[in-house]
Ligand binder design. Structure first.
Ligand code: NAD
Length: 460
């Protein structure tokens, strides 16, 4: 049998493509070497959010006095949190299996090795997997990304040094931790460990943590976390790591250089979260595939330079987010099926969330990016405390809503938020940026009262 589409990788890009193409009546084969759901579901978004929610429950219970509530003997069971996380993941993986359970979709478990059909045999691909061969008209590469291991002496193969996958699998909390990289993964794990009482040090090479986000928003988080006791070292470079016997057992010693000179830091564990890289394993036979900065180069429909070969998700190195991957897959399958009107991805309106406490959510351009693009903008900043619901539920907390609008036509170009639960209403701002709404158009939208989302209505 010749499949219409062979998909390599069953993460958000792969399973979305498989579902969409098979539901359109096309025969699809999807190869997954591990578990359906990819990084996001198995070792990324979902397990971290499950653990973070447990940590937040504990943190709130132990910090409830400001709301007139005192709880005694509050305790947590990390193994139980981990168990619950595993159950959540298992149920969601089962849900994906269910979504792909139709007569047009075949899921094959194993590592897939695609190659073009030999010259003269027409267009298409042969995919080898588990000593079987499959033929397909179109190929979609959704192989995702893997944790990047920086070339720092003493990091690789050091059992006390974790990546995010190791940290998620650990059944016991570390007694202390140094997190190398103050990006999204680093700050989410810093939140988890801090809320569960683990002493945390974050080492970030750039002058600020979360360097791609709006600096006003990041400063609020930085101030809160430093005040709470998280040791955040910015502009600091890790030079070397080596095993160091600590009084309570094995640990790691880090040598780093900061603007103030050399630092020696010790902890039971080190978590390295300095970015991820495209996973190109198994693609050796597609040696004419054009690459860009270590990832597969694609056009606006996720087509590669090779005929009938598409790539979606982290492997394209665009924006490494699950919701970008699934949208890329929708667009690519639409293109493959020649659906009219053809859709494109609006990369200018991709929301992103950092699950710190408070949460950060943003969409569109920052003030800095506007300046780099020479776009004259107006900037509105409003403290979250302008929202009645925020005041009622966030005692002693600060937050910010920052809106970037085009100075000429007043369209909404960017929205940057910090304050709980901004992850739940950034979609409203995404809608405005995506549709190119002006402030006057946005003002016609009625927001329910009292909700924290009203801050958008106040600021825009
Ligand atoms: P990242 O790019 O977000 O952050 C890496 C950080 O490490 C950067 O701030 C960088 O300056 C710093 N860094 C690099 N080398 C360093 C060094 N040697 N010493 C100290 N600091 C160093 O990468 P990440 O946090 O590893 O996340 C990987 C990807 O996963 C990202 O694309 C991210 O968006 C995605 N992700 C998203 C979410 C979410 O949406 N909530 C959660 C987790 C991960």
């Amino acid at each position: 049998m010749k499949y219409f589409l062979a998909i390599i990788g069953g993460g958000p890009a792969g399973y979305t493509a498989a579902e969409k193409a098979s539901k359109a009546g096309k025969d699809v084969v999807l190869f997954e070497q591990s578990s359906l759901g990819g990084t996001c579901l198995n070792v990324g978004c979902i397990p971290t959010k499950s653990l973070l929610y447990g940590a937040k429950q504990y943190y709130n219970a132990t910090h409830a006095q400001k709301y007139g509530v005192t709880a005694e003997n509050v305790a947590f069971d990390f193994a139980a949190m981990q168990k619950r996380k595993t159950i959540v993941v298992r149920k969601l993986v089962a849900g994906i299996k269910q979504r792909l359970n139709n007569e047009h979709c075949t899921v094959v478990s194993g590592v897939a090795y695609p190659r073009p059909l030999p010259k003269g045999k027409g267009e298409g691909f042969i995919i080898s997997c588990n000593e079987a061969e499959y033929e397909a008209e179109n190929l979609m590469i959704c192989t995702g990304s893997t944790n990047f291991v920086p070339p720092i002496p003493g990091i690789k193969d050091n059992p006390a040094v974790w990546d995010s996958t190791d940290a998620l699998a650990a059944t016991e909390l570390p007694k202390s931790i140094i997190i190398v990289g103050g990006g999204v993964i680093g700050m989410e794990f810093a939140t988890l460990y801090h809320e569960l009482g683990v002493p945390v040090t974050v080492i970030e090479a750039m002058p600020t943590i979360l360097p791609n986000l709006d600096p006003d928003v990041v400063q609020i988080l930085l101030d809160k976390y430093r005040k709470a006791g998280i040791n955040i070292l910015t502009g600091t470079k890790v030079e070397e790591a080596y095993p160091q016997p600590l009084p309570e057992g094995k640990g790691v010693r880090i040598r780093a250089t900061s603007p103030d000179g050399e630092l020696i830091l010790e902890a039971e564990r080190v978590l390295v979260s300095v970015g991820r890289r495209a996973n190109l394993m198994g693609l050796e036979a597609l040696n004419e595939l054009e690459m860009e900065r270590g990832a597969i180069k694609v056009d606006e429909f996720c087509k590669t330079n090779l005929p009938n070969v598409y790539a979606c998700g982290d492997v394209t190195g665009k924006i490494m987010l699950a919701h970008v991957a699934s949208r890329q897959a929708e667009v690519a399958v639409g293109r493959m099926l020649k659906q009219i009107p053809l859709q494109r991805i609006a990369y200018n309106a991709i929301p992103s969330v950092v699950y710190t406490n408070p949460e950060i959510a943003s969409v569109g351009i920052t003030e800095k990016q506007a300046a780099e693009m020479s776009i004259p903008v107006e900037v509105t900043k409003l403290p979250m405390t302008f929202s009645g619901r925020f005041m009622a539920e966030n005692e002693g907390e600060t937050g910010l809503c920052k809106v970037i609008t085009d100075a000429k036509n007043h369209s909404i170009l960017g929205v940057h938020l910090i304050g709980n639960p901004c992850s739940e209403f950034i979609a409203a701002a995404s809608f405005a940026v995506r549709m190119g709404y002006t402030t006057a158009e946005f003002q016609q939208v009625v927001f329910p009262h009292p909700t924290v989302s009203e801050i958008l209505h106040e600021a825009i």
